[in-house]
Design a protein around this ligand. Structure first.
Ligand SMILES: Cc1cc2nc3c(=O)[nH]c(=O)nc-3n(C[C@H](O)[C@H](O)[C@H](O)COP(=O)(O)OP(=O)(O)OC[C@H]3O[C@@H](n4cnc5c(N)ncnc54)[C@H](O)[C@@H]3O)c2cc1C
Length: 419
């Protein structure tokens, strides 16, 4: 494609060829087969995030999806959009384009091939089959509203379009092409933003206890206590790493730590190493064990409740001798230990930031979007879909489901607007 001005306006220009942009192109093309649709993407190769998602297997959606699985400004709008294109619709859509999905642990759905490439290839094939033109290496630098549509400047060419869809994602993992420039385009077109932070991101700890535990994974309950806010609890696996902690529970809780910090609240994070049991239950458990196994060493008893190395670190930090026999464990030390097991402080000083985040929390304010069409209420002819909006899902396929659902709604909206 040569540079310069394209005189003939196209019908729909989609900014961003990620999950939401590609899906939107397909749905718009299905509903409005005559429409001239172009997908513009800044990256040299599209679909980087689809390819790395779910460890290269792409966790496309989840068996159970509800608005409770999402953070973001407006649950009513999120619910409405999700209801317009459900998990069953997602499964049917992928089947239609030749991809069978299978259910795994925690209700996660993956392609049966176990390859994210299957998802990307099927979507690109379907889009191309429906005459959608995909233009990689076309980074959009400005979108200007005119009397009769939009003028779009890209790094490779300029063009005119009757309708524009912003599907440029957020700021998470900018090397994939989603560098937050979509937020600026939305703001230039009259949209407000809620503050953005990384989400689904590992957390960095001070001290060095975590380095000795690096590689150990355990089931925990993590609690974020922010000043003046209800504590947020997440249960799941936590992985100790050389920099701090990661794993699904940590990723899920990270948005709340970031939000609290952003709002200037003092915030601390604690871990219950025995999820489902509170102080009283754990105390009772240790008392019972002391009765059942009076001669057992404390460290050996603890190693049946949590990973032995974690137990060692806990006992070391509390300066309790692990060789103490259960029957000899003093009440004050037992209670100190129970407190530590149920509420172990994680000294979080930061997260690993956007470079390692799976998603961006915050974004374009949802109330400025019509949830029946994903059309902007502020700029006629503009549509917004996917992660650019103030919606972030937890781990488990929820972010892609948001991409598919919002793309579908926009596809319907675009059809009506072109008629
Ligand atoms: C490592 C990783 C693993 C993940 N795994 C999963 C998972 O298994 N399941 C799940 O549900 N979610 C997962 N996610 C989240 C999910 O990938 C995103 O929420 C989803 O891809 C968002 O789709 P989107 O189309 O809105 O944005 P993106 O996928 O970010 O796509 C935006 C596109 O817009 C382009 N773009 C940006 N700015 C411009 C511009 N100015 N001009 C032109 N093009 C532009 C980008 O190059 C990009 O191609 C993962 C994310 C990461 C980073």
């Amino acid at each position: 494609m040569s540079s310069g001005h394209t005189p003939a306006p196209i019908d729909i220009a989609i900014v961003g060829g990620g999950a939401a942009g590609l899906a939107c192109a397909i749905f718009a093309a299905r509903h409005a087969p005559q429409a001239h649709i172009v997908v513009l993407d800044g990256a040299k190769k599209i679909g980087a995030k689809i390819l790395i998602a779910g460890g290269g297997r792409c966790n496309v959606t989840n068996q159970k999806v509800s608005c409770a699985d999402y953070g973001g400004g407006n649950p009513t709008i999120i619910k409405r959009v999700l209801a317009a294109f459900t998990v069953d619709d997602t499964i049917a859509f992928f089947r239609e384009i030749g991809v069978d999905l299978k259910v795994e642990e925690h209700g996660k759905l993956f392609p049966t091939t176990n390859k994210a490439r299957t998802i990307l290839d099927a979507m690109v094939t379907e889009a191309t089959r429906r005459n959608v033109i995909i233009r990689p290496a076309h980074r959009v630098t400005s979108v200007q509203l005119l009397d009769d549509g939009f003028h779009i400047q890209t790094s490779a060419m300029n063009l005119r379009a009757s309708k524009v869809v912003l599907a440029a994602g957020g700021r998470a993992m900018p090397k994939t092409g989603s560098d937050g420039s979509g937020f600026q385009l939305a703001q230039q077109l009259g949209h407000a933003m809620t503050p953005v932070t990384p989400a689904l991101v590992p957390l960095c700890l001070t001290g060095d206890a975590h380095t000795t535990l690096s590689g150990i994974s355990q089931d925990v309950e993590i609690v974020v206590h922010a000043d003046g806010a209800k504590p947020v609890r997440v249960t799941g696996a936590m992985l100790w790493t050389h920099f701090g902690v990661s794993g699904p529970a940590v990723l899920d809780i990270s948005r709340y730590w970031h939000r609290a910090r952003h709002e200037g609240r003092s915030v601390n994070v604690t871990v219950n190493f025995l999820p489902g049991e509170d102080f009283t239950a754990i105390d009772r458990r240790l008392l019972d064990l002391a009765t059942q196994k009076p001669k057992a060493h404390l460290k050996s008893v603890l190693s049946h409740l949590l990973p032995a190395r974690v137990a060692e670190v806990v006992l070391g930090e509390l300066e309790i001798d692990g060789d103490t026999m259960m029957s000899h464990l003093r009440k004050d030390l037992r209670r100190k230990l129970v407190h530590a097991l149920s509420s172990w402080p994680l000294s979080v000083h930061d997260s690993r930031g956007y470079a390692h985040a799976e998603v961006t929390a915050g974004g374009v304010v949802l109330s400025e979007i019509n949830p029946k069409t994903m059309a902007s209420r502020n700029c006629s002819g503009l549509y917004l879909v996917g992660e650019i909006l103030d919606v972030d899902g937890r781990i488990g396929g929820y972010n892609f489901q948001w991409a598919w659902s919002s793309a579908y709604v926009a596809g319907i909206g675009l059809k009506s607007s072109l008629v």
